[in-house]
Structure formats: C-alpha cells, structure tokens
Design a protein around this ligand. Structure first.
Ligand code: AKB
Length: 314
C-alpha cells in the first residue's frame, strides 16, 4: 500500500512515518518545509504547498497513493496570529487535496480533526455528534474540513475518515498549538530546568500521548468500512489538569521548576475547548482503546526526551 502524508514535518508526521512503515506501508512524505533532521533520509520527501492546486495535482499524479493522510495545518495559537494563512492552508488546502483525490481516483482520505472543532458550553464529556461552534480560525476550518470530507464521501464515494485528536504530547517539537504547554513541561522542563505554562494550573483539556494518536489514525484507516457508521470520531485518553501534569513531571525530573502564568488569549482558547471527550463510538465501531494514561506517558517519555536532547533535536 502506497501512502502519501501531507504535513509530514510536523509533530504528528514524524511519528506517523515510521509507524506506517512498521505496518508495511510504502510511505511518501511531503511538506512545504524541507526534510527535518528527525526524518530518515531514505523516506521519499515531496516538497509542495497544499494551497497551490497545480502542485497538489502534480504530487498526486507522481505519487499515485492508495491513501492520503492529510496532516498539513496551521494550529490554533499560530492560526490566531495569522488567520488568513490558517484559512488558506486548512480550508483551501483541504479542499485542494480532496478535489485532487477525486479527480485522480485516490480511494481513501484520512483526516485529522481536533478538540478545537468544538466550542464552549457543551456537555462534559462531549458526545461524538453535537453542535460545533468553535471560536478559532483553526477550529472553524477543521469543522468545515469534516463536513467537506463527508460531502465527498456522500457525493463521490471517497472513503473519507477522520479522528478528532486531543492535544498531543511527544518528545518532539510542537507546532503552534494552544495545548503545547503540556509538551513543554517535559521538553523545555528538561532542557532548561524550568518552564512557565501560559495557562492556569487547573486548566483541563483532553490530551493524548503520540503513540496512541498515530495508532488511532492507522487503525481507523485500516478498519473495515462496513463497521463504520460515521466518518469522524472523537478519541480520548486522559484529561489531567495542567497542575497534575506538572506534578507528574516533577516526579520524573527532580528539581524542575514548573510555574503558571496565564496568557489571556491562549487561556480563552483553552477554556473554549471540551474538558473530556466521549469516544464510545470509536470504541464500538473500530475497537479504539488508549494505552497511555498520565503515569505511563511520563515514564515512557522522559528517556525519549533525554535521547532527543542528546541528539540536539530539541
Ligand atoms: C492545538 O493546540 O491547536 C492542537 C489541537 C488541540 O488540535 N494541538
């Protein structure tokens, strides 16, 4: 199976590439940025811009993938600094990819949505199907991408599937998300011995360790179509407060100074998101199960952060 990943240089892509290879896929990576050092040199790397229709079609014609994993996106915090670019990349870029897949007969499209697709005032935990009224450009474009993909599925039979990711944590470089405070407690905490989170210590959002996230994406892609009764699924693992994450990190990195100074803009985004997701549909329809809670994540992640720091990659 030949797979094209867009946005491969981002936080998810760099972990998704080896995971898919481990499952036997022939992976072609792609991004608007050059291949990062963390990506193995033998992975083919296509350089293109998802907002450019000609480049999008050219890549799909060359690669001829069986599946596209569409990760290219501007995340929530960065998206509020440059909303017009976020619209172009997330909205137009997703449309360009879907349309090129239709025209060139790519059969399957895997989409990454997010907790940011939800807005304030929803039940806790948030059900899979609910009114979606996000407050950020990132969230708005992600809801639109979900709907567009469902349209392509209904009208043209494109096998469109997606997950709504919680904030993701790994031993990597975050990419402009509002959930990045959680990751920085580990990475910046270890690198500098201190990190000040830009939120209150009682801030609680759904979070997930990256190995669970990439497995979820690939398990959904591989699930038998006849079992799936919808296109896009909530997935959940844990919802610790920022203070609880700090406690876990303090237990693993002795002496680390973790403090909290809320930034009003990013705090408002975090407060507009769900505190927890109901992922029962994913559990029933394609057997989704998370593996890592906060304790297991911290134990697994600390040596990986150390190894990345030793290699100069963080
Ligand atoms: C962000 O913070 O924007 C992302 C997300 C929750 O989708 N990590």
């Amino acid at each position: 199976m030949r797979v094209l990943i867009t946005g491969s240089g981002g936080q998810v892509g760099l972990d998704l590439i080896p995971f898919l290879q481990g499952r036997g896929a022939e992976v072609v990576a792609s991004d608007i940025v050059p291949r990062p050092e963390a990506c193995a040199p033998d992975v083919p790397w296509e350089h293109f811009d998802v907002t450019n229709v000609t480049e999008v079609r050219g890549v799909l014609e060359r690669v001829k993938p069986d599946v596209v994993y569409h990760l290219a996106a501007i995340l929530s915090a960065r998206g509020e600094e440059i909303p017009h670019v976020a619209y172009a990349v997330n909205q137009t870029g997703t449309y360009n990819m879907l349309e090129a897949c239709r025209l060139l007969g790519v059969p399957k499209f895997i989409y990454t949505s997010t907790i940011a697709a939800f807005g304030p005032g929803l039940p806790d935990p948030v059900p899979n199907e609910v009114s979606m009224r996000p407050t950020t450009m990132y969230g708005i474009t992600k809801v639109a991408g979900e709907l567009l993909g469902e349209y392509y599925r209904a009208k043209w039979g494109l096998d469109f599937r997606g997950v709504r990711f919680p904030g993701l944590i790994n031993a990597g470089v975050p990419g402009g998300g509002t959930s990045d405070y959680a990751l920085h407690m580990y990475t910046t905490g270890m690198k500098r011995g201190a990190y000040e989170s830009f939120c209150h210590d009682d801030t609680r959002i759904p979070l997930m360790y990256m190995p669970d996230a990439v497995r979820a994406l690939v398990d959904l892609a591989d699930a038998p179509r006849e079992r799936l009764r919808r296109s896009v699924y909530n997935i959940a693992a844990m919802s610790p407060t920022a203070g609880e994450i700090a406690e876990s990190v303090r237990g693993a990195i002795p002496g680390v100074q973790l403090t909290f100074e809320s930034d009003p803009l990013r705090q408002a985004i975090l407060d507009s998101w769900p505190k927890a997701l109901d992922d029962s549909a994913a559990r029933e329809e394609w057997d989704w199960r998370h593996e890592y809670d906060l304790t297991a994540m911290t134990a697994d992640m600390i040596p990986k952060v150390r190894a990345m720091l030793d290699r100069g990659l963080l």
